[in-house]
Design a protein around this ligand. Structure first.
Ligand code: SF4
Length: 849
């Protein structure tokens, strides 16, 4: 029996799994870590990201380039070339071979840059993350010993070369290779065979859910332990996934034995984090994000941007109104300044001038006196007490600046800004760092890992397999030509086959239960087709068998599949009827009559109903809005109280009279104060005081017992209306009986001239009810008459009373037929003050227009 002294795995999690599985003495090591160890013992050190960029810029500036010369300073050129350097190193290509096959132009430029980059790595003994295995495989002395390599789905050329040199005879390497497996895995087998390894096929029957899923995937047969769910969008998909995870946790599965797998964590992590917070599910992800991508990073970057842009309003506002900044007065100030948009900090208060760094400063002064003070004064440090995540970010940020902050030496503003910018980009933090949490893994992180229950998200085209495109500098045609000359650089097709290897590895992680899902739309709302993997996997049962969270969600998912419950079918019918403007209850056409001859109308109610039937129905019948204030009646009571003979204080007397009248209205069930009554009461009393001051002379005495409600019953065609006029002051004058109605201009309930039942028509009805010959409205705001009407003894066709009857007749016809469709006056402002606009489709449409 061969005893393997070394075990190599693709990632740390796989190593932990192997150790806990029963081989604690194995001490597995990842291949990357092994490469780093041998490089380190040979005196090599890792190259940091910022150093890589600097190297590339220096190479581009000094190399005699042809095609790339005009664009060598662009950030995209640097990024693109760094990616290509990684590909060339992973393909384990010697620079001289690339130079031999490269044609003049961009190929020659790339070969030149690769040679220079490679030479500098070798000379300075530095390696980047993509080149560790490549440079390690080129070392002269390597610790060769018997090795077990387990858990990889495929290997690139540099990894094959390194393993070949590290593994002594008797070493074993396992790969999921067989008929139907990914081309990239078979290429790895061929490469190993070319290095003298021999292959042995193992035929173990499928045991775990993952084994069955892989078997089903390769043979296109149904998998009994596989469930599948299809969702309208990513959020719905993540909700379903986390609901299932919540159920699994509730059933007792430890979080570490669950796994959420996703091809690209970046596409799902925000949504996962948001919804997991709702469901209180701790998640953990290895994805690293720069501090700049966090809320704290955005505040600090906004502060840096404000400096570089010269403190324009937009930049200052972006800093002061960031959601993390806990200074409500900034929001108010931003609202005040939004029309003038002044530049500088003074507009926000001279006490904030210290935020702007002077041209010359000291490290301590800038970092402690300004940056740390900003975090303090903006409320971020106080927020850290409750926000663990923010606390973690602030501690990392301040810790990184600690050394610089202790320096008393001078520095410039640019020095400070560039240090902070660099710190924000260079601090990398795990995107999700929950303890004892459900892991969210990408395929590389999931290689050789196992979990009892696994959910694979995002099996839609473009998400998984990930979209790949040709490299802009060295495309597939060039790669094929190079390949024909013995220089193998994987082309886009070969890279795409990596995805096939990864899906197999992901499926294989599940031990007991496996769920796959896909969204129909991406985060931007674009339609997503099912991916190749989705169509090749045949689940044993649909996910609708599982807990759908609520009846509502179950109904929605069934409806999306074309099965409507009776409730959804009824709702669909309503929506269709609305869309086609068919007569229906939901369009405002009721099947029963709403006209009741015994109903007692108030003048305001009649005005509302005559103007818009729907508003009347919603406001008075469904009671969706508080009943309007009877201003006239209340004002009259307060005024009469204020002018009552023998009162000591007119204000107190007005208040007492008002209170007594409110009590009467309440007792009679005519009106009850709403939540705004305390404020309305103050307004009424203040208007009463104004009116009393304006009308110096006391009001003439009203006719005893005539101020009370007056009832009028009037016929309009076949309809009969009972109208109650609650507050009218009736006096005897030389010209006959006079009636006064107090109105408040701007009262939302008073439609005034905008009503079909105009104030003149209403006054004509009031005169009839009070048997007066002259009537006028008095504005509560000014105390002046705002409209007067004299009684017309012989009504003609166009007299207000006849016009009022016509309006009432139309209203009666509509209410009898149950027609309460929104009826908008030609004057559209009626909708602006409508209290039920929120439930009126027409009103909302007008608002949107
Ligand atoms: S918003 Fe306009 S149309 Fe709608 S109920 Fe109110 S007044 Fe009528």
């Amino acid at each position: 029996m061969v005893v393997h002294t070394r075990v190599v795995v693709p990632n740390r999690r796989a190593g932990d799994g192997l150790t806990s599985w029963g081989a604690p003495a194995l001490r597995p090591i990842t291949l990357t870590r092994l490469a780093q160890q041998v490089l380190s013992s040979a005196g090599w050190s890792a190259l940091r990201t910022a150093e890589r960029e600097r190297w590339m810029r220096e190479i581009l500036a000094g190399a005699p380039l042809t095609m790339l010369a005009p664009i060598h300073e662009r950030v995209s050129t640097v990024t693109c070339l760094l990616g290509l350097m990684g590909e060339l190193q992973r393909a384990h290509l010697p620079p001289d071979r690339v130079t031999q096959v490269a044609r003049p132009g961009r190929e020659a430029d790339v070969a030149l840059i690769y040679a220079a980059y490679h030479a500098r790595c070798v000379t300075e003994r530095r390696y980047d993350a993509a080149g560790a295995e490549h440079h390690a495989a080129l070392l002269v002395d390597l610790p060769c010993q018997s090795t077990l390599v387990h858990g990889f789905a495929y290997l690139d050329a540099a990894q094959v070369a390194l393993l070949d040199r590290l593994c002594d005879s008797g070493s074993v390497l396992t790969l999921p290779a067989g008929p139907g497996t990914a081309a990239r895995t078979l290429e790895t087998v061929a490469a190993l065979n070319a290095h003298g390894w021999s292959s042995t096929a193992l035929h173990d029957p499928p045991r775990s859910a993952g084994d069955h899923a892989i078997h089903g995937y390769l043979t296109a047969t149904s998998v009994p332990c596989l469930s599948a769910g299809e969702y309208p969008d990513i959020e719905a998909e993540v909700r379903a996934c986390l609901r299932q995870v919540r159920d699994w946790l509730a059933e007792g599965t430890p979080p570490e034995r669950l796994a959420i797998l996703v091809r690209n964590e970046g596409q799902y992590l925000e949504t996962l984090a948001d919804i997991a917070a709702d469901y209180q599910i701790p998640l953990r992800s290895g994805l690293q994000r720069p501090l700049l991508a966090s809320g704290l990073g955005q505040v600090l970057q906004a502060w840096c941007d404000a400096h570089t842009q010269g403190w324009p309003y937009r930049a200052v506002s972006a800093l002061f109104t960031h959601p993390l900044v806990d200074r409500p007065e900034f929001l108010e100030r931003a609202r005040e300044l939004r029309t003038t948009t002044p530049t500088g900090l003074d507009a926000w208060g001279s006490e904030w001038r210290w935020l702007a760094l002077p041209e010359s400063t000291t490290w301590r002064g800038a970092l402690i006196g300004t940056v740390q003070r900003m975090l303090q004064d903006f409320g971020l440090l106080a927020r850290c007490k409750d926000d663990v995540e923010l606390n973690r970010l602030v501690v990392r940020f301040l810790h990184r600046l600690e050394d610089a902050a202790q320096r008393d030496g001078p520095c410039t503003r640019e020095d400070v800004l560039s240090l902070i910018g660099f710190t924000l980009r260079s601090i990398q933090l795990p995107a999700l760092a929950g303890k004892s949490a459900v892991p969210v893994l990408n395929p590389l992180g999931a290689l050789a890992c196992t979990a009892d229950r696994v959910w694979v998200l995002g099996l839609s085209e473009g998400l998984f397999p990930a979209a790949r495109s040709d490299h802009p500098l060295i495309d597939s045609f060039i790669r094929q030509r190079w390949s024909a000359q013995g220089v193998h650089l994987p082309d886009v097709r070969s890279l795409a086959s990596v995805e096939d290897a990864l899906i197999v590895a992901m499926l294989g992680t599940a031990q007991e239960e496996l769920v796959i899902s896909r969204p129909r739309r991406d985060l931007e709302g674009h339609a997503l087709r099912p991916s190749l993997y989705w169509t090749r996997l045949h689940p044993g049962h649909s996910l609708s068998d599982l807990d759908a969270g609520s009846d509502h969600e179950r109904e929605i998912s069934s409806a999306l599949e074309g099965t409507f419950s009776s409730r959804v079918a009824a709702g669909r019918h309503v929506e269709l009827a609305r869309h086609l403007s068919l007569d229906s209850a939901h369009a405002g056409h009721l099947s029963t009559s709403l006209m009741c001859p015994d109903h007692t109308w108030t003048p305001t109610e009649l005005q509302v109903a005559s103007t818009c039937r729907f508003r009347w129905w919603a406001e008075y019948k469904l009671r969706l809005a508080p009943p309007p204030l009877p201003w006239s009646s209340l004002a009259l009571a307060a005024l009469e109280g204020a002018q009552e003979p023998g009162r000591s204080d007119p204000d107190d007397a007005a208040a007492a009279a008002l209170e007594a009248h409110v009590q009467t209205l309440r007792t009679q069930g005519q009106w009850r104060p709403g939540p705004l009554w305390p404020a309305q009461r103050l307004e009424l009393l203040s208007r009463t005081r104004q009116l009393t001051d304006l009308t110096d002379t006391p009001l003439p005495a009203s006719l005893p017992g005539e101020n009370g409600p007056h009832l009028l019953t009037i016929s309009a065609h076949s309809h009969r209306f009972r109208i109650l006029f609650p507050g009218t002051r009736v006096e005897r004058t030389p010209h006959g009986r006079q009636v006064t109605v107090y109105r408040r201009s701007g009262d939302a309930g008073a439609l005034g001239e905008r009503s079909q039942l105009t104030p003149d028509m209403l006054m004509a009805l009031t005169l009839q009810a009070t048997r007066a010959t002259i009537g006028h409205y008095v504005a509560l705001d000014t105390g002046k008459p705002s409209g007067t009407l004299r009684h017309v003894r012989k009504p003609t066709g166009d007299s207000p009373i006849m016009a009022a009857r016509e309006v009432l007749a139309r209203l009666g016809d509509d209410l009898t037929s149950g027609d309460v469709r929104p009826l908008v006056s030609p004057v559209m402002e009626v909708c602006q003050t409508c209290p039920v606009r929120a439930v009126c489709r027409l009103g909302l449409e007008q608002g949107a227009a």
